[in-house]
Design a protein around this ligand. Structure first.
Ligand code: NAG
Ligand code: NAG
Ligand code: NAG
Ligand code: NAG
Ligand code: NAG
Ligand code: NAG
Ligand code: NAG
Length: 410
């Protein structure tokens, strides 16, 4: 989803990434104060059924500030991971600091309060962590790192190249150590024919780490989506296509992946600009693929998300799944340009997408999250829009939590 605004992008240093909730961990309640699995915690239902401006632990709220930018800072492209104990770690692409870093924030109360715990910095290139962060947790040991290790990745770039680098933290994101260069491309340049890479997404899957990313290095494709797999986080298998179209100017971008337990399938969402073509007014329409394996999306058909034959989400999508909403639960998709979310309660059936209102704002590459202990709680991260990244608005990094059940009625 790097749109074709090269100069701005390079000046700003960037944008996009991932997170990776481990596959389908049965929701485990946070150790201390989290309510048990039932979506509605004890307490006066009226206080929980309606978003409140006073964030309460494990409650519903709108635009709760995680971080207020200062000076020239601009925050966008939020990413997060929920650890197995319910702790949420969140970060953003941050422009306006040199060298660029990914500030890491922690919430232990469902997003009501946040603490800055570290900055994930580029320790090896001297280029900064320019944009497009990704976070994940090892839920089993890998490559000499214990279960519970927090992983961070992102795009480090300069005029000499783009590097998707992997870091690990064995102290819950307080300190970070460089692990490996996952992939490397040419300097950041969104013109077809240039060779950068962008927008990593990490998934811990079957005792391997999978790194998805957008890839301009193949001369047959303006851009395609690739992944690489590692069994030790240091040695990476060769890239495998996830989404690559014969039409050269097609630029599928910005992979995010989720598991859909009732049908035991995986969904990949991406944006799909093709020159100046548009789908119902969207120039970066959102497409998805459904696959038995998160390593085999190349074998699946690409499908557009279109609601009521009239509405198409636009750009930098994110996808999560919740058991709420029916036998197949609900697939929830966010885009870059709209406050609404797009939902599907029928296992991703192409004619079953709906659009639902939320009180959150539009945000470039807006991550959303279903809380492990409260699957009715849909968290929507907020930050700057794509168009306003350099406008100096000081839009805060925020968390909104809404009831998915109520959202499905909107
Ligand atoms: C903001 O950026 C301008 C231009 O690069 C610079 O002169 C100024 O010092 C920066 N301000 C802060 C607070 O960093
Ligand atoms: C880019 O590479 C050149 C040649 O190796 C080197 O002199 C320069 O310092 C590098 N710049 C950066 C920002 O890494
Ligand atoms: C970006 O890539 C295009 C295509 O390779 C090239 O023509 C152009 O010079 C590049 N721009 C920069 C600033 O490197
Ligand atoms: C998109 O439209 C603009 C303006 O009409 C044109 O200059 C450009 O070449 C078009 N790009 C593509 C990829 O068709
Ligand atoms: C669906 O689209 C039709 C026009 O094709 C419109 O009349 C109708 O209001 C739309 N329904 C919704 C729910 O947006
Ligand atoms: C669940 O999704 C699967 C796959 O799309 C579909 O075959 C099935 O009919 C769906 N069931 C319900 C109740 O939506
Ligand atoms: C939340 O913030 C967004 C801007 O990001 C704004 O558009 C929206 O109105 C706010 N919602 C509420 C309820 O204040």
């Amino acid at each position: 989803m790097v749109r074709l605004v090269l100069a701005a992008l390079v000046a700003l240093q960037g944008a996009a990434a991932v997170l990776a909730a481990p596959p389908p961990p049965p929701p485990t309640g946070p150790e201390s104060c989290a309510p048990p699995a039932p979506p509605t915690p004890p307490g006066p239902p009226s206080d929980h059924d309606h978003p409140s401006k006073e964030p309460r632990p494990w409650g519903l709220f709108v635009n709760n500030t995680i971080y207020q930018p200062v000076g020239n800072e601009s925050v966008t492209y939020p990413r997060y991971v929920e650890l197995e104990d319910g702790t949420i770690l969140a970060t953003v692409s941050m422009f306006g600091r040199t060298p660029a870093v990914f500030p890491i924030f922690e919430s232990k109360d469902g997003g009501a309060s946040w603490t800055h715990v570290s900055d994930l910095t580029d320790q090896v290139n001297g280029w900064g962590f320019s944009a497009q962060p990704a976070l994940a947790e090892l839920t089993a040991p890998l490559g000499g790192f214990p279960a519970g290790t927090v992983l961070g990745a992102g795009n480090s770039w300069s005029d000499n190249g783009t590097r998707i680098d992997l870091y690990a933290s064995t102290d819950r994101a307080r300190t970070w150590q460089f692990v490996s260069h996952i992939a490397e491309g040419g300097r950041p340049n969104t013109t077809n024919g240039a060779t950068p890479i962008w927008e990593p997404y990490l998934l811990f899957y079957e005792n391997s780490l999978v790194a998805y990313y957008s890839d301009q290095r193949d001369p047959k494709h303006g851009q395609k989506l690739s992944h690489q797999v590692s069994k030790d986080m240091r040695n990476w298998d060769p890239p495998v296509d996830d989404v690559a179209y014969d039409v050269y100017i097609a630029r599928p971008g910005m992979t995010v992946v989720a598991f859909i337990p009732p049908i035991k399938k995986w969904i990949l969402v991406h944006e799909f600009p093709v020159g100046n073509s548009s789908s119902h007014g969207s120039h970066y329409p959102v497409y998805y693929r459904i696959s038995d394996s998160p390593l085999d999306f190349r074998l699946s058909e690409g499908l557009p998300i279109v609601v009521n034959d009239t509405i198409a989400p636009n750009a930098s999508p994110y996808v999560v799944w919740s058991p709420v909403g029916g036998p197949n639960g609900t697939i929830v998709v966010s885009d870059a340009d709209n406050p609404q979310v797009y939902t599907n309660r029928f296992g991703g059936a192409i004619d079953k997408w709906e659009r639902n209102e939320t009180p959150a704002g539009a945000t470039y590459s807006r991550a959303i999250h279903i809380m492990g202990s409260q699957p009715d709680h849909l968290m929507i991260f907020g930050g700057e829009t794509y168009d306003n990244m350099r406008a100096g608005l000081l839009t805060p990094f925020t968390a909104t939590v809404v009831s998915l059940t109520e959202t499905l009625k909107q």
